[in-house]
Design a protein around this ligand. Sequence first.
Ligand SMILES: [Ca+2]
Length: 263
Amino acid sequence: MVLLLLHSLLGLLISIKGIPFFGSYSFKFPLNLANTITDLMTVTEIQQAVSTGGWVFTGASSSSRYYNCDGTTILGGYLICGKGCSISKNFSGLSSPHTLLEIKFSYYAGNSWDEGELTRLISGTSTLWSAAGVTTSSADSHVFCGKTTQTTYKWWTRIFNISLVIQHTDPYIHLKWTSTLSSEPDDEWLGILKVNITTYNCHESCLTCTNYTPTACATCDTNTHTFDPSTKRCLLNCPDGQYLNYETYQCSSKFTQQKPILR
Ligand SMILES: [Ca+2]
């Protein structure tokens, strides 16, 4: 009886405060993985990119479409894609229903970039990613390839490993990599590698979100959930007499949840 009373009081506290008292509270949630498209992952895929892979170059300075940079074959590159050059592809097959798209790729900013010159990833009229190519500090790594006649850091080729999550519902996306370079590709150039596109839904508790985890909700369905701005979660509204179980993320009757209380 005492235990039951204690249990009732704790259950009341839990329902009032909405915070967990026991155990670990990692949310069990489906990743909502719909599908993944990969491209430019192998040398063969890079070599076939234009002939059969659907990749389109505009403003290229050579009929060649790939370049071996310090042992790694990339699409574009030295003597190929500099001032006024862009590389694009229409990715279809994103047909599973989704609300988010995660786009990953490796980007090579080659040699003589000046301050203010940018690399860009564009979809339609939206710029999805924009970054300066001049500094080594913001790059994930750098190699020595292309124009290697200078020995200052300026002539390194910088490699950016980019991962973006965008709101997206269409079954296709047209991606275009461009730059604001001012010189020909014997001086400065761009190249890409390892494109990976994955569709996700928002976590089931969110109405809208910024990524697919339960701690990245942007808005909630206010009929069923309350937004917690500190954790970016949508917390289930539980009816009187029940509390939010943080193990299952479901409303539970306090009388059926004795195990964690008594442990
Ligand atoms: Ca320049």
